[in-house]
Design a protein around this ligand. Structure first.
Ligand code: ADP
Ligand code: MG
Length: 385
């Protein structure tokens, strides 16, 4: 075999080739895996070209496990066996999960952690997370053409020891070797190369699907320290969808989302989400809800109207940012850079509010839903040498 070998993505690796490492963003709403190839970090797509894997797992009676988009689609029809947002339960006992009664799951208190009854038997959050990680590991191994030697998995900066240990246990179950757990805001800072500077103080504003996290980091001699964290574990993109759905109802003299049949509620929320995402790049978005007494309801939402609907939600993120700064005993003038993370920071109203509050243009060149995985991949690449 020739010593010099050019390997194409997907082609199998030569035995003496470098060890394969990857970074995984194990998110509440979406997860993804990234790797560094020829010095360039990039997220790896699934066989359909999708980078984001919805963090949804469905258990079937025959033992089959469905992960991602297909599980998400089935969520409405099979809510008890389709687990979403499992990250909220990691390392938690039943008494920790305040919202348990409002969720469609049959919870039991497993040893040390909550457990969810499914048609396939009881599943702990660790097992559910392991099914997500296995899916990503297979995706990476298929596309890189060899076994992964190690991964860096990101966790929220505020995760306690039990939550971090649960994440490591999930990796072990999924046959994934953890090189290190990395704080999500630190990963985002690394993705932007902020660790290359001598020092600085950074704010990481992460607005995802169901959670908002704000972290203040300080960098000294290449090492990040978390000065403070804050946010709202019940504030995210979903709330903007609900606000649009409520607006649509008011346009058609419907008392509210709850006044609709469950199936129509889900259709309306999906239409609201599409409209919200469209408004990040268009001035108006058309909405349509089929099947009300045999006819369709429509409405056109403008950016200005959406800005009004979303303003109270955005204001809550800024209040949390102000509090995190106060906890770190800093003023906005002492912040050297602001990083936008999370799919919801694509909304112009989020960007504008962050710019106004911090008085500077936030870093947003990288894809906001890939930035954490990319930082993790860069770190993993260094750790395997
Ligand atoms: P998490 O970190 O919670 O796993 P993500 O960072 O993947 O979540 O964010 C998911 C959220 O981002 C969803 O609410 C989705 O609607 C929102 N989102 C994705 N793209 C856009 C867009 N173009 N405009 C506005 N919101 C978007
Ligand atoms: Mg995230």
């Amino acid at each position: 075999m020739a010593l010099l070998q050019i390997s194409e993505p997907g082609q199998s690796a030569a035995p003496h080739q470098h060890r394969l490492a990857a970074g995984i963003d194990l998110g509440t709403t979406n997860s993804l895996i990234a790797t560094v190839q020829s010095a360039v970090p990039r997220a790896l797509p699934d066989e359909n070209g999708a980078m984001l894997l919805p963090s949804v797992v469905r258990y079937l009676a025959d033992g089959d496990i469905v992960v991602g988009r297909a599980a998400q689609v089935a969520q409405a029809d099979d809510p008890h066996n389709t687990i979403v947002s499992v990250k909220r339960f990691m390392g938690r006992s039943l008494s920790d999960v305040k919202e348990a009664a409002a969720l469609p799951y049959h919870f039991t208190d497993g040893p040390g952690m909550i457990s969810i009854s499914t048609v396939a038997g009881a599943r702990s959050p660790v097992q559910v997370s392991a099914d997500i990680l296995s899916n990503l590991r297979r995706r990476a191994e298929d596309s890189l053409g060899g076994p992964l030697s190690g991964v860096v998995i990101t966790v929220p900066a505020y995760f306690d020891d039990a939550q971090r240990q649960a994440t490591k246990d999930a990796a072990r179950l999924a046959n994934v070797t953890v090189l290190r757990l990395l704080n999500e805001p630190t990963a985002a800072a690394i993705a932007y190369g902020l660790d290359k500077a001598a020092e600085g103080t950074f704010a990481i504003y992460d607005l995802g699907g169901g959670t908002f996290d704000i972290s203040i980091l300080s960098l000294t001699r290449g090492v990040f320290e978390v000065l403070s964290t804050g946010g709202d574990s019940a504030l995210g993109g979903d709330d903007f969808d609900s606000a649009i759905a409520a607006w649509f109802c008011s346009q058609h003299a419907i008392a509210g989302l709850e006044a609709l049949a469950p199936r129509l509620q889900r259709s309306l929320l999906a239409a609201a989400r599409s409209a919200k995402e469209a408004l990040s790049s268009h001035e108006t978005a058309d909405m349509r809800l089929d099947g009300i007494n045999g006819h369709a309801l429509t409405a056109t939402l403008t950016r200005a109207q959406f800005a009004e609907l979303g303003a109270p939600l955005i204001a809550r993120t800024i209040t949390a940012a102000r509090r995190a700064l106060r906890d770190a005993r800093l003023s906005t003038a002492q912040i050297t850079g602001v990083v936008l993370v999370g799919g919801s920071t694509r909304m112009p109203i989020a960007r504008d509010a962050v710019r106004d509050f911090f008085g500077m243009e936030p870093l947003a060149d990288l894809d906001p839903d890939q930035v954490v995985a990319i930082g993790a991949a860069l770190q993993a690449n260094i750790l395997v040498g």
